[in-house]
Design a protein around this ligand. Structure first.
Ligand SMILES: [Zn+2]
Length: 389
């Protein structure tokens, strides 16, 4: 038996005026998805547990079959894993954005003008030399990530602070951290302004620390589920989950976190992974989430249509050729076009078994509205062993 999990990030939505009161899943022309839904089972998945922040870290942890309420410890430690950092138990990770803050403390740009990864790397090396490992008085480490997204590693007693994510402050006055560790965070943030001043090629003028936590101790995917798995994704957080659970993470040329990702290359990576002996493969595409944040209905619809024509239309016959298979499709959260941010609402899922027809249904928000909500982290178990759940 082979298993495929399809994750169109943030694809779930709400009726949208710009689409005549319909959702992207309703508007998109998706004959393959429609046919799969007609022979499968559709329902609602609670991918974001009650009270948890609706992010890709939480939602994708659910999809991989790990209960976020048990395993989630923060966003930064997952991103640190994606950089290859496995932290000891007495060290924690902060997300370290390069940001642009106005003289009146307004958060001008949480992405610091989107510096190139190379330019940002020079800044992070300077931060690490001045405020991190190059400074004998410092207990900190700075690690370069991608563009404006980096990691600061700190001792355990730096955990206790409440930090506002910078993207929640856009155009508004900055809010300083609070709590026992806040003073040290403010001190290092202030000191970062002098370092950034030495890098006029970067628009960012300071760091912003948030999303902290210890690295979660997630059991390996194979040990947790009894089958092997791989992922194709261009998103750090999802990659980090794969690193922490020891899943196969092939480099896929052309896979990007934008609208231009190579859908067929991601599909072929899944087929190659399964052909190489993996039992399960996850295809994660970010484009639908990007479109949700941009409020771009046309791109969100187009991404779903590309899922259909460039991934599923070719995937299904190829799976049929190799033997029995099961498929699960669901997003990690909703990113409604009208809200342009994530919501914690349940999302539609689709389960298909090549050998056993389900009751059939329609894979849309309205099509599953009357079904009970299944905890998101239970779906992978249902995919692997339908009878047991
Ligand atoms: Zn998002």
């Amino acid at each position: 038996m082979k298993y495929v999990v399809c994750v169109p990030d943030g694809c779930a939505d709400e009726p949208f005026e710009g689409l005549g009161g319909r959702t992207p899943l309703e508007v998109a022309h998706t004959p393959t998805i429609d046919a799969l839904a007609a022979r499968g089972t559709v329902g609602r998945a609670g991918v974001i547990p009650e009270g948890m922040a609706p992010g890709s870290d939480v939602g994708n942890m659910s999809i991989l079959g790990y209960d976020p309420a048990e395993f989630h410890t923060g966003r930064a430690p997952i991103e640190a894993a994606s950089l290859g950092l496995k932290l000891p138990a007495d060290r924690l990770a902060y997300r370290c954005n390069l940001v642009t803050v106005g003289d009146d403390t307004t958060m001008v740009d949480f992405a610091g003008g989107h510096p190139s990864t190379d330019a940002a790397r020079a800044v992070l090396e300077d931060l690490d030399a001045t405020l991190g490992r190059g400074n004998p008085d410092s207990v900190l480490e700075f690690h370069a990530g991608v563009e404006y997204r980096h990691i600061m590693v700190a001792p355990a007693d730096w955990l206790d602070a409440y930090c506002v994510p910078p993207h929640d402050l856009t155009g508004r006055p900055s809010v300083a951290p609070t709590g026992p560790a806040a003073e040290r965070l403010i001190e290092v943030t202030e000191a970062s302004r002098e370092v950034l001043a030495r890098h006029p090629d970067v628009a960012a003028n300071q760091i912003w620390l948030w999303g902290q936590g210890f690295q979660p101790s997630m059991p390996d995917f194979a040990a947790h589920h009894g089958i092997t798995g791989g992922i194709t994704t261009a998103v750090d957080l999802v990659r980090g989950l794969g690193v922490l659970t020891d899943m196969a993470l092939p480099d896929v040329e052309g896979a990007t976190p934008g609208y231009d990702t190579d859908y067929t290359a991601q599909r072929d990576a899944a087929l190659a992974g399964l052909a190489d002996g993996l039992d399960l493969f996850v295809i994660h595409v970010e484009a639908t989430d990007e479109a949700g944040h941009a409020g771009d209905a046309a791109e969100k619809v187009r991404s779903l249509e590309l899922w259909d024509s460039q991934i599923l239309a070719g995937l299904v016959p190829e799976l049929d050729r190799t033997g029995p298979w099961r498929l699960l499709m669901l997003p990690d959260h909703a990113t409604p076009l009208a809200r342009r941010t994530h919501t914690p609402d349940p999302v539609p899922y689709l389960l298909v078994d090549s050998a056993v027809d389900g009751p059939g249904g329609t894979y849309t928000e309205a099509g599953v509205a009357d079904t009970p909500v299944v905890p998101g982290h239970e779906l992978l178990g249902r995919l692997i062993a339908p009878g047991a759940a």
